[in-house]
Design a protein around this ligand. Structure first.
Ligand SMILES: NC(=O)c1ccc[n+]([C@@H]2O[C@H](COP(=O)([O-])OP(=O)(O)OC[C@H]3O[C@@H](n4cnc5c(N)ncnc54)[C@H](O)[C@@H]3O)[C@@H](O)[C@H]2O)c1
Length: 331
């Protein structure tokens, strides 16, 4: 609580849609950062001290040092479905609830991953540059030929919410769907999405498009590396709208440069916002600044869900989407 107030104190560490901030203000004392950039770490710690709630984004590292500096904290509400920026085990040990924003971004993220897939195969970014540079002087039969999407094989790595949304889109393109996941989907989902589970090596060998949708965890760091890229078809495309470190970026640069694969569509980078300099000059890669969930509607839904999660915990209720629900069950 802030001195003189019975309402909980919440820090919102990033510029969010006004309607979500207003919702937070209606039930808590809000300190909102009004800049759409990462809050400097020292400022984050200083402003969070004494507060019970934090609504943050993936640029904030929620680690043991932050928890030690902010002992009043009761909830970390991440405005993202992925929470690799949060040390969940440390939060759980300290009784801090962690929440994320699943479901509300699934289709928007899959839409964008699909856009990357299409843009890469059909060379949309190259075509745009070609026209802008004044190079379209006559129609050419062999100009900017790309790969077909319809009728091909899509390999989904990580067959969760977003991975399945990709498989759903593939139905409209008459594609065969392979998937690899740590857990098998139930038979009904496999039937509905015409999807077959394989091991990663088979998926890489047989797919024309490999789309990554796993969380970033130790097991998935550099899941796509030089060896896996060499296993893919020379005509295949890689899409990464999951997390940058799932792909060994230096190996990807070699693969694109030396023709181990045909192209890639990349929304996330190993060391964001830095981009491997080797990627910048390559024509066969489409690059985006981590915007897969960035639609007006979805960014509002994510922020609203994050505020609801935060307020629920601070009001002693069960939040809609907790990551470590075991903390809630403690007395
Ligand atoms: N680019 C973006 O803006 C953006 C937006 C939303 C989500 N994401 C990323 O997408 C990820 C997936 O989101 P989701 O909502 O589909 O999550 P989800 O939990 O529904 O799906 C993840 C799937 O990955 C599987 N998985 C876990 N470990 C694996 C492994 N070692 N090998 C293969 N599969 C494994 C899980 O079993 C699960 O089925 C998020 O964790 C996030 O990092 C990125």
């Amino acid at each position: 609580m802030t001195p003189g107030s019975s309402r909980p104190a919440v820090l919102i560490s990033r510029l969010l849609p006004e309607a979500a901030i207003e919702l937070a203000r209606s039930r808590s004392e809000v300190d909102a950062y009004t800049v759409d950039a990462a809050m400097p770490r020292a400022e984050l710690l200083a402003r969070l001290r004494g507060k019970q709630g934090l609504i943050c984004v993936i640029s904030e590292a929620i680690d043991q040092a932050l928890l030690d500096a902010c002992p009043d904290l009761r909830v970390v509400s991440n405005v993202a479905v992925g929470y690799n920026n949060v040390d969940v085990a440390a939060c759980t040990r300290r009784g801090v609830v962690v929440t994320n924003t699943p479901d509300v971004l699934t289709d928007t993220t899959a839409d964008f991953a699909w856009a990357l897939l299409m843009a890469t195969a059909r060379r949309v970014a190259e075509a745009d540059r070609y026209v802008r540079e004044g190079r379209f002087r006559q129609w050419e039969y062999m100009l900017l030929l790309g790969g077909d999407v319809h009728g091909k094989t899509l390999g989904v790595v990580g067959f969760g919410r977003i991975g399945r949304a990709m498989a759903r889109r593939a139905q409209g393109f008459g594609m065969r769907v392979l998937y690899q996941d740590a857990v098998a989907a139930d038979a009904a989902a496999e039937r509905e999405l015409h999807a077959t589970r394989t091991d990663l090596a088979t998926l890489l060998r047989e797919s024309d498009f490999v789309s990554l949708h796993t969380p970033l965890i130790p097991e998935t760091r550099h899941l796509i590396n030089a060896r896996s890229l060499r296993t893919m078809k020379k005509t295949a495309y890689l899409v990464n709208a999951a997390r940058g470190p799932v792909v060994d970026e230096a190996a990807l640069v070699r693969a694109l440069r030396e023709g181990w694969i045909a192209g890639a569509g990349i929304d996330v980078f190993e060391d964001e916002p830095k981009v491997h300099p080797g990627l910048i000059g390559l024509p066969n890669v489409v690059l985006a600044p981590h915007i897969a969930s960035a639609s007006f509607e979805t960014r509002l839904k994510m922020a609203t869900l994050a505020v609801e999660n935060c307020l629920a915990v601070l009001e002693g209720k069960t939040p809609p989407t907790p990551v470590n629900p075991e903390v809630l069950n403690r007395a």
